[in-house]
Design a protein around this ligand. Structure first.
Ligand code: FPP
Length: 246
């Protein structure tokens, strides 16, 4: 059971997305194989999910494997896919007990059958969760999602080719069972400052926070710090600053 302090009112219901970068460098700095960085990264995932749940975050979307990551050495890809399967199996009960609905977004057709089954089992077992939606992006490409959604709407000759209809098609294109809406805060660890084809549509008005910390070292304080930064930003969505608008 995740021990619960009261959720921070400011963070309740937010959609936070994280590009978890730096696993390889974390391992290399310790003269360990890169896959050890991913194993340690999975521990950081667990810590982050627990803390986000405590804070009352509505949706947490984690970028675990981009469609471009297939270009990595086969041994690393295989180790990552095995780690996802193991982590899903290990975390399903805890998610279920803590009201966390787990969903995997991205393409399914290129994943091993064993992983596809583990995803379906985890999604089924946690579907009742209402406290937080945890989305793991695996074989995910935002550009591909956008192209697929556009093709879908064109095929349907939809009379409602507006933004809500597109957002729904986008969710369907990447197997998300619900459209959870825009990202409020996007965090990228590891020091790079780019989006790497992650949630390009959904991040239209996201606040971006780039942190130097390598993902395996990311902890509750880092998430608190990023949220503190977020809460000090003025989100204008294209309108005038409050002080000027009066
Ligand atoms: C980026 O670091 C990280 C990944 C491509 C994999 C992310 C995977 C995990 C955090 C493991 C577990 C996740 C789940 C959801 C079970 P990198 O390898 O690009 O690091 P580098 O930039 O230092 O090389």
């Amino acid at each position: 059971m995740i021990t619960s302090t009261l959720p921070t009112p400011d963070s309740v219901g937010l959609h936070i997305a994280i590009i978890m970068d730096g696993n390889g460098r974390w391992a290399t700095a310790r003269a360990r194989p890169r896959t050890m960085g991913h194993v340690e990264g999975a521990r950081a995932v667990r810590r982050t999910v627990e803390h986000a749940r405590r804070l009352g975050v509505g949706t947490l979307t984690l970028y675990a494997f981009s469609s471009d990551n297939w270009q990595r050495p086969k041994a690393e890809v295989d180790a990552l896919l095995r780690l996802f399967r193991r982590t899903l199996a290990e975390e399903t009960d805890r998610c279920s007990a803590n009201g966390i609905a787990l969903q995997v977004i991205g393409r399914r057709d290129r994943l091993p059958a064993t992983l596809r089954r583990a995803i379906a089992d985890a999604e089924r077992a946690t579907a009742h969760g209402r406290a937080m939606c945890l989305r793991i992006a695996v074989d995910y490409s935002a550009r591909e999602a956008i192209v697929r959604a556009a093709a879908q709407l064109a095929r349907e000759r939809s009379p409602r080719a507006d933004q809500p209809a597109f957002a729904r098609a986008l969710a369907t294109a990447m197997h998300a069972s619900v459209n959870v809406g825009d990202v409020d805060l996007l965090i990228r660890t590891g020091g790079e400052q780019r989006l790497s084809d992650f949630l390009l549509w959904e991040c239209a008005y996201a606040e971006l926070v780039f942190l130097p910390v390598l993902w395996p070292d990311f902890d509750a304080d880092d998430l608190d710090q990023a949220l503190c930064d977020f809460h000090h930003r003025e989100r204008r969505f294209g309108a005038l600053p409050r002080a000027v608008a009066g």
